[in-house]
Each structure stands twice: as structure tokens, then as C-alpha cells.
Design a protein around this ligand. Structure first.
Ligand code: SF4
Length: 376
């Protein structure tokens, strides 16, 4: 039984330096700290994110930001609406939400002020808020990703002991899509040696594709600080035969080697293709000034997403992230800049990115994106 500690937050919306190319968010919002789902692979217990003194308390002590709606109401009035991700380091629909309803109150405010939303969860409690998510989807943009990493009943108690069953998550995806809310699967992480068989990858993708609009693939399970300690404990206790394999795969590194990640990405990509399902979330579309600049910026981010996916290197496309951000920050129309022949003057935009922008502004599509999307 978790202990709840009510706290007062000074601020609630955290702005990211760069837009995220997976979930398209510019803001993160965590109404709770700590998570009752206690997934054994969770990376939110690394020192980087942790507010608890002992990482073992992450699922035993839940900090509840009671004043979050009040603080948010003040913050949103000063900001231009943009995508808010709930939540980066906790699940917004963990059991605490049944009691406190902070996520619901926050969604009411975001809906009222026209903020688009991405929700990431492992709980079918998200269906409780279908009315609000529908309202946000109609007004701006709303996407819900439910994590599903396996349907294997023997492994789930070791990996995700307290989350809703994957069948219920799949049912939630179906219902959300039927309600007009874009919903898909976040297949993250693909846990080495437990979930990385082609049978498991195929099963998740095949079953998910019956109801989901997209499947995101996360083959790069990290093992950092507390996360590593906890996961190796799990292996020692329940899968001792895998300990040496993990040592060989990770060594001192936080992620598996790129060749391993690329192999899984390729395998997952081929199943996605076979099942006719996207392996990315399409960029958000919502009304905002200089909309074409936003489209071009998002096109570059999507190309970066695929370059990183194909190379299995999360830093292989930073030039695209930077150019995307600079284009989003422009105060002049990108089309006018293009017509004056001055795209090259935009900071971070080199000749190859100029060509991509010209192609898009002329044809409304991108050959480069098509190439990266189908690289395998
Ligand atoms: S649901 Fe997410 S935040 Fe919660 S324990 Fe699992 S991985 Fe961590």
C-alpha cells in the first residue's frame, strides 16, 4: 500500500529546449512524483529524475502535487498553446489518480485553454476522461499512447506487476480510437533476452495493429544507476541465467550496442510494414500563427526521428533538431524567405536541409522523408 504525501508545487509546466520528435511535446507535466505501477525496467528511478531519498520508495511514496491545477491555470494564461506530455516520469493514471483526480482537473484546464496533449499510460483508467480527451482532440490535437511490451502472462508479473493487463490496454486503444481520439501503442522497452524474440515482437505488433493507429518501437532499454541495480536484482532472483548475457551486452554502457538496437528496429519495422501500421506518431496539426513554418519544422523532426531509428543512434540527427527549432522560432514566413532565396541564411540550415525545405514548399511532400521512412 503506497503512502501519499501532498505537496505544493511552485511550477507545473516544464518547457523542453527542443520539441520531442516521438510525442511532439514542448512541455512536460507530472502531477505526481513516484509511480505505483513499479515496473522493474522503469528508468524514472535513475538519479537524473528521482526526488525520493531511496529509489526503493519510488513506488511506495507518491508525492501528490495538490495545487497543480491552480498553478497550471496561472501558467497557461501566459503561454502560447503547445503540446503538453503527461507524464514523463510517472503514470498520470496510476491508482492515486482515482483518489486525487489531478490528471482530470489538469485536462479540464488544458482543454479550456486550447492546449494539445499527448498522454502516455499503462492504465485503462484513461477511459474515464474520454469526454475531455475528445474535447481536446476536436479543438486542437490529442494522442494517447498505451505501453504494451508483451502479452506473455509469465513475464508480466516480473516486468509490470501492477499495471492494467495488456488486453485491457488494447481495449482502451480501441475505445479511444472509436471515440475519435488518436491512440496507439508504445512498445517500449523491448527488454533484452526476455522480450526481444521475433515471436514477441510479431505478436505485439500484430495484435496492436488490429486497433492502434501507430506503434512506437523502443529497442534501446537503458540500464542506468538505480535502474541498473534494480534490474540486475530482478535478474539475479528470477533469471540468473541472463546475468552474464546482460554483462556481455551492456558492459559498462547505459544502452545496448547500436548493432543490437538496429537489428531489433529493423525486425519491428518489417512487422509494422507487414501489418500496415505506422511506426511513428504523425506530427500534430493545430491552428497557430505561421502554420507552414510549423509544418516544415515538424517535417525535419520526423526525418530526424527516422534517421535515428535507422542508425540506432539517438544523436545522429542533431542538426535536424536544431534547424527545426530555429525554423519554429522564426517570426517571418518560411515561404517568403524561400521566395527571396534566403533559406540558407536561417541558422543551422545547410544546403541539404535547404533542398528538403524547397521540395516540401514546392510539392507539398518530401522525397527525403519517404526515403528515410523506407530505408529498410
Ligand atoms: S508506469 Fe512508467 S513511470 Fe510508472 S513505474 Fe512503470 S515505467 Fe515507471
Amino acid at each position: 500500500m503506497a503512502k501519499f504525501i501532498e505537496i505544493e508545487a511552485k511550477s507545473i509546466l516544464q518547457k523542453q529546449k527542443y520539441r520531442d520528435g516521438w510525442f511532439w511535446n514542448r512541455y512536460n507535466l507530472n502531477p505526481y512524483r513516484g509511480c505505483q505501477f513499479a515496473c522493474n525496467y522503469c528508468d524514472a528511478i535513475t538519479e537524473k529524475y528521482l526526488v525520493h531519498r531511496d529509489y526503493k520508495d519510488f513506488s511506495r511514496i507518491i508525492y501528490v502535487k495538490n495545487n497543480a491545477p491552480k498553478v497550471l491555470e496561472k501558467e497557461v494564461k501566459k503561454l502560447r498553446p503547445d503540446v503538453v506530455a503527461m507524464s514523463g516520469v510517472t503514470d498520470p493514471y496510476q491508482p492515486a489518480e482515482k483518489k486525487y483526480e489531478l490528471t482530470r482537473k489538469i485536462l479540464e484546464i488544458l482543454a479550456k485553454h486550447g492546449f494539445p496533449v499527448h498522454i502516455g499510460t499503462k492504465s485503462d483508467l484513461v477511459l474515464r476522461d474520454t469526454d475531455l480527451l475528445q474535447e481536446i482532440a476536436e479543438k486542437t490535437w490529442c494522442t494517447v499512447s498505451l505501453t504494451i511490451v508483451t502479452f506473455n502472462q509469465e513475464l508480466l508479473p516480473h516486468l509490470e506487476p501492477f499495471a492494467s493487463s495488456p488486453e485491457r490496454r488494447l481495449e482502451s486503444i480501441k475505445k479511444l480510437n472509436e471515440a475519435g481520439i488518436q491512440a496507439g501503442v508504445d512498445f517500449t522497452p523491448i527488454v533484452p533476452y526476455l522480450l526481444d524474440s521475433s515471436d514477441n515482437i510479431e505478436e505485439v505488433i500484430k495484435r496492436a495493429s488490429e486497433h492502434a493507429k501507430y506503434i512506437l518501437i523502443g529497442a534501446a532499454m537503458t540500464l542506468r544507476s538505480n535502474q541498473r541495480t534494480r534490474f540486475i536484482e530482478l535478474l539475479n532472483k528470477n533469471f540468473p541465467e541472463l546475468v552474464e548475457k546482460y554483462e556481455n551486452l551492456y558492459g559498462e554502457q547505459e544502452s545496448p550496442p547500436q548493432a543490437y538496437i538496429a537489428r531489433l528496429n529493423k525486425c519491428a519495422f518489417e512487422f509494422c510494414k507487414k501489418c500496415g501500421i505506422k511506426n511513428y506518431i504523425p506530427p500534430p496539426t493545430f491552428e497557430r500563427p505561421l502554420k507552414e513554418n510549423f509544418e516544415v519544422a515538424n517535417l525535419l523532426l520526423l526525418i530526424a526521428f527516422f534517421k535515428e531509428f535507422n542508425s540506432a543512434n539517438p544523436y545522429s540527427a542533431w542538426a535536424y533538431h536544431k534547424a527545426s527549432q530555429n525554423i519554429e522560432n522564426l517570426t517571418d514566413s518560411i515561404r517568403e524567405i524561400y521566395e527571396k532565396g534566403e533559406l540558407i541564411k536561417i541558422q543551422g540550415v545547410g544546403t541539404s536541409i535547404v533542398k528538403i525545405i524547397e521540395d516540401y514548399l514546392t510539392n507539398g511532400s518530401s522525397e527525403r522523408l519517404d526515403k528515410e521512412m523506407n530505408a529498410w
